[in-house]
Design a protein around this ligand. Structure first.
Ligand SMILES: [Cu+2]
Length: 135
């Protein structure tokens, strides 16, 4: 079902990994045709703890720059822009999805094919790191 939402590219697969009380599930990255410089990762992030947290940055070797983005409606058009953080309210989940929050990979070091492995790290406000591996 998710694949149908993606205009270009395919699901690379999904794995979830855990760092303490925050969990990532259903993570996937857009596959890219050759010469496509950018891609994005989407996922569900669950904060199972009793504390409000936030994601403050993301890191990966797959691209020169990794940013956290969201989309807003500007003059009737969806535009994406970088955000400083994504709040993860206590005992709730936050969706990274097309048209909303996403981890943006800018300047890919290679094109991403279905079946590739992409790993990236989300840095939380409590200094903990969530390592996600997309297969
Ligand atoms: Cu973006």
């Amino acid at each position: 079902m998710k694949i149908k939402l993606i205009t270009m590219g395919l699901l690379l697969g999904a794995v979830s990994l855990i760092a303490s009380s925050v969990m990532v599930s259903d993570a996937y990255v857009r596959a890219t045709p050759p010469n496509m410089p950018n891609s994005a990762a989407f996922m569900m992030v669950m904060n199972k703890s009793a504390n409000d947290l936030s994601i403050v940055s993301a890191k990966s070797d797959v691209a020169k720059k990794v940013e956290i983005h969201t989309h807003d409606m500007v003059n009737g058009m969806m535009k994406m822009h970088q955000v400083e953080k994504v709040d993860l309210k206590a005992k709730s989940h936050t969706l990274f999805a097309p048209g909303s929050f996403h981890v943006m990979f800018l300047g890919l070091n290679k094109s991403l094919k279905e079946g590739d492995t992409v790993d990236f790290t989300l840095v939380l406000s409590n200094k903990k790191r969530l390592k996600s591996v997309l297969l």
